[in-house]
Design a binder for this molecule. Structure first.
Ligand SMILES: *Cc1c(COP(=O)(O)O)cnc(C)c1O
Length: 369
C-alpha cells in the first residue's frame, strides 16, 4: 500500500521516548494491575471529560456492558440503539439480557435522529445509547431532554469521538454512564485493548469499581457476581503519555478532513460528511458515500490506497442476530449506508501531498468511467 488506511507513525515517532519511559516506570515499579498508573489516568481522563469520575475498563465493549449492568438494565428491558452502529453497542445490550430496539439514523449526520426516538419508546424502554459515529457528537441536547421526560438512562458510546462537543459540552459528559474505547486505532488509542467509563454519579462509579474487579471492594470479599474487566497499569501509563497530545492530533484529523472536503466537493455522486449545527466532528473516520462504492474501493486499492467500509453489514442483518427476526428492508437507511459508505485514509501525520494524491485518484475515477 502506498497510502494505507491508517498508520501510527505520525503519532508514535513523536512520543517514542516518552512511551519507553512510561514502560520502564511500570516495569520497574513491578505493580501491574490497579495501581498508580490507572488512578492517575482516571483522574486525567475524568478532567478531560468534564466528569467527576472515570473508571478504567479492559476495553470499549466491556465498558458499554458494565455501564448498562451498573445501571440495572437487564432482562425484560428495551434499549434504544442506532440501526447503523458498530456491533459492540448491540452486543453490550445482549450481554445484560435486554432487547436492542433499532432506530434509524439521520441520513446526513449518520447519528441517532432525536425526532425518531420518541416513537420507539415503550413501557419497557430503560435506556438510550447514542453512538457518536465517525467522530461527530450526537445532538445530545434533544436526546437528554427526551430521556429526562421519559425517565430513561442514557449511555453514550463514545468510542469514536474523544473530544467532540455539542454546544460546547464534551461527549462522554452527557449520559448517566458513558463508555469509551482506547483500541489502538481510536482517536486516543492504547497499545492494546483498553477502555473507560465516565460518570458524575458517585454511587454508580463505586458500583463499576466493584463490578470490574470480581464484584469485590475488599480483597477476597465478593458482594456481587462481578467480572475481571480492569484497565492494565501498562496501558494506563501509555494513555497518560498520549492524552496530552490528543488535541493536537484532533486538529490534524480535522485539517485532513477539510482538505478532503475542499478537494472532493462536486465530484461525481459523492456525498461528503456533514456536521450538524452545534456539533463538532473529530473525524475518527472520513466517510464518503457513493452508489459506485465497490468500484471506487477496487480502483483505489488497485492504485495503492487503503480504504475501509464502516460497516458493510448493519447489526439487524448480522448472522449473530438472526433470532431477532429482521429482514432486508427493515432499516432502509442503515442498509443504504452499509451499501454506499467508504472511509478514506486518515491519521494524524498524513501529509497534504498524500491527501491530494487520494483526491486526484477519486476525481480521476469519476472523470474516466
Ligand atoms: C471500537 C468501538 C467499540 C468497541 O471498543 P473495543 O475497545 O474494541 O471493545 C464500541 N463502539 C464503537 C462505536 C466502536 O467504534
Amino acid at each position: 500500500m502506498k497510502i494505507p488506511y491508517v498508520s501510527f507513525s505520525g503519532m508514535h515517532d513523536d512520543i517514542r521516548e516518552d512511551m519507553n519511559r512510561a514502560f520502564l516506570e511500570v516495569y520497574d515499579n513491578a505493580w501491574y494491575i490497579l495501581g498508580k498508573q490507572v488512578d492517575e489516568f482516571e483522574q486525567l481522563y475524568a478532567d478531560f471529560s468534564s466528569t467527576s469520575y472515570c473508571k478504567g475498563i479492559s476495553n470499549g465493549l466491556d465498558a458499554l456492558f458494565l455501564s448498562l449492568k451498573a445501571l440495572g438494565v437487564g432482562p425484560g428491558d428495551e434499549v434504544i440503539v442506532p440501526s447503523n452502529t458498530y456491533i459492540a453497542t448491540v452486543l453490550a445490550i445482549s450481554y445484560v439480557g435486554a432487547q436492542p430496539i433499532f432506530v434509524e439514523p439521520d441520513k446526513r449526520t449518520y447519528n441517532l435522529d432525536p425526532s425518531k426516538i420518541a416513537a420507539a419508546i415503550t413501557l419497557k424502554t430503560k435506556a438510550i445509547m447514542p453512538v457518536h459515529l465517525y467522530g461527530q457528537s450526537c445532538e445530545m441536547g434533544p436526546i437528554m431532554d427526551l430521556a429526562n421526560q421519559h425517565g430513561l438512562y442514557v449511555v453514550e458510546d463514545n468510542a469514536q469521538a474523544h473530544g467532540a462537543t455539542y454546544h460546547g459540552k464534551i461527549t462522554g459528559a452527557w449520559g448517566h454512564a458513558n463508555a469509551t474505547s482506547f483500541y489502538p486505532a481510536k482517536n486516543l488509542g492504547a497499545l492494546g485493548d483498553a477502555g473507560a467509563i465516565t460518570t458524575n454519579d458517585a454511587a454508580l462509579a463505586d458500583k463499576i469499581t466493584m463490578l470490574r474487579n470480581y464484584g469485590s471492594k475488599k480483597k477476597y470479599y465478593n458482594e456481587a457476581i462481578g467480572h475481571n474487566m480492569r484497565l492494565d497499569e501498562l496501558q494506563a501509563a501509555f494513555l497518560k503519555v498520549k492524552l496530552p497530545k490528543l488535541e493536537q492530533w484532533t486538529r490534524g484529523r480535522q485539517q485532513i478532513a477539510e482538505a478532503y472536503t475542499r478537494g472532493l466537493q462536486h465530484t461525481g455522486d459523492l456525498v461528503l460528511p456533514y456536521t450538524a449545527p452545534g456539533a463538532t466532528h473529530v473525524y475518527h473516520a472520513y466517510v464518503i458515500r457513493t452508489n459506485r462504492r465497490d468500484e471506487l474501493m477496487a480502483y483505489l486499492t488497485a492504485n495503492g490506497i487503503g480504504t475501509i467500509i464502516h460497516y458493510p453489514v448493519p447489526p439487524h442483518l448480522q448472522e449473530a442476530y438472526q433470532d431477532l427476526g429482521y429482514q432486508k428492508g427493515d432499516f432502509p437507511i442503515a442498509e443504504e449506508l452499509a451499501g454506499t459508505s467508504l472511509s478514506l485514509p486518515l491519521w494524524p501525520g498524513l501529509s497534504e501531498e498524500k491527501v491530494n494524491e487520494v483526491v486526484s485518484l477519486v476525481q480521476h475515477f469519476y472523470k474516466n468511467p
